[in-house]
Design a protein around this ligand. Sequence first.
Ligand SMILES: NC(=O)c1ccc[n+]([C@@H]2O[C@H](COP(=O)([O-])OP(=O)(O)OC[C@H]3O[C@@H](n4cnc5c(N)ncnc54)[C@H](O)[C@@H]3O)[C@@H](O)[C@H]2O)c1
Length: 458
Amino acid sequence: MEFKKNILGIGAGYVGAPSMVMIAAKCPDYKVTVVDINPQRIAAWNSEELPVYEPGLEELVRQTRGRNLFFSSDVDKEIRENDIIFVCVNTPTKTFGAGAGMAADLQYWEKTARQILENSQSSKIVVEKSTLPIKTAQAMERILSSGKGDITFDVLSNPEFMAEGTAVSDLENPDRVLIGSRETPGGLAARRQLVDIYARWIPPEKIITSNIWSAELSKLVANAFLAQRVSSINSISALCEKADADISEVAYAVGMDSRIGAKFLKAGIGFGGSCFKKDILNLVYLCRFYGLPEVADYWESVVRINEYQQDRFIANVLQSMFNTLAGKKICVLGFAFKADTGDTRESPAIYITRKLLAEHADVVISDPKALANAASDLADEKGTVRYVEDPYEAAAGCHALAVMTDWELYRRLDYRKIYKSMVKPAFIFDGRNILDHRHCFDIGFNVFPIGKPSLTRF
Ligand SMILES: NC(=O)c1ccc[n+]([C@@H]2O[C@H](COP(=O)([O-])OP(=O)(O)OC[C@H]3O[C@@H](n4cnc5c(N)ncnc54)[C@H](O)[C@@H]3O)[C@@H](O)[C@H]2O)c1
């Protein structure tokens, strides 16, 4: 079949693959290919066992794969054959050299830019989908224009705002799609081509355009604002615990103000995931670089409160369990950084588990989707860790439950049955405030929510 457009996604990860799958699903007359340097990842996308769990994704892959969606490891060939290239490679925090622990590590991204240059035999539109520091498009343009000949490259910024766990619905029905371009004739023409793709399923008023630097910066700022709300409510949860207030009641009352809004006001053990911390640190680094230390400090405090919240949680577990965890069994309920994903990158559960092990607790980890990632995250741990998918089996014989992920499943467990199988006194530390605390207390548990009075028998 003759396709109208050929589109390539480089990087078959949590962002690249679902966003390309959505384009393939919505534009059956376009050929969409996804490539990755990791052949195992490509093999998994071509198999029945997809490497990323997202509600609704498997159905879309089944519908499109082999029809107009293809996964391949031949990056060079696909660059040659495609005219619109979405760069979706990872941009983690740098771990070495200048800016270590803060700045974005752009090595994967730069390799891709050079690979595009080396393999291109015709002009291309290159779309930054990865989250990148401001002015990265300029660096990309410089690399791409260093080649000889009359091939041209137009670089667009099209940051992805989807959230893991709701990727499919976010991609299908986004709050907005942002496309930044140069305001040159070439830049504007490239922008129009990208708008045309999204216009296949997204209403025009939701497709917004801007200059390229605004688009790059907007993604960092959006993540910083979201994370800031989490840290804001978590900071108040500490005060609630001291002052006998209830954080859910405070959040409800505050969120009713339409200027504030109710979303993202849930107290818990803090945000995780591969993006929030990385993107804020990146913003902080940029502010320092541009000589704005006050602005940098302001945003850095969002990350500090997140760490503080996790330290508070551990201190609370230790203190409530009579200041010793040595030899006690703790069941960690949930390891993914949030519900409906198997992703554990920067999950608070990693930090909490390591701290529990440092106190010589025995840890049993349960999660419906994230046990393989949990085992790899904790591969270097010497302490006793077991991985048990069934939550009832995981909790049996434990002294405490620590809820780390807001899986719906955990709300509906039979806590009476679990209580019976545990060592007494039995504790619940609800790091996500998702359980019915009064019910658990009535069963016999000592219950420690976040930002609310604890329910104990001591
Ligand atoms: N995960 C999210 O929820 C999310 C949301 C919005 C934006 N983002 C941004 O999107 C980008 C990708 O994130 P992700 O979570 O999908 O990362 P990821 O690690 O899941 O996927 C990145 C993929 O790129 C591949 N890759 C790296 N270098 C490559 C190269 N030179 N050629 C081909 N493939 C290469 C890797 O093998 C990996 O499979 C990041 O910049 C991230 O900040 C992520």
